[in-house]
Design a protein around this ligand. Structure first.
Ligand SMILES: [Zn+2]
Length: 74
């Protein structure tokens, strides 16, 4: 029996600005594809993520994640 999976698959990740500045904190902003075939951004630094909602296009999600990572000081 097959069940619907809700496992999110990581597409890309970008180290946060804080991570790059300190060189110690390994925080990054991830782009994940949800089980529904949409994209979400999850930031391990500041916890920003699901409240941003889903993005239908991978390119948009990747751009948003990169932009967030470049400014995230968490
Ligand atoms: Zn962040």
């Amino acid at each position: 029996m097959t069940t619907m999976t809700t496992v999110a698959t990581e597409i890309a990740h970008f180290r946060t600005l804080a991570s790059r500045l300190t060189g110690t904190a390994l925080t990054y902003t991830r782009v994940v594809r949800t089980g529904a075939g949409q994209y979400e951004i999850e930031c391990s630094g500041c916890g920003q993520g699901h409240r941003e909602g889903t993005v239908p296009f991978q390119s948009d999600a990747t751009d948003a994640a990169r932009t967030h990572a470049n400014g995230c000081l968490a």
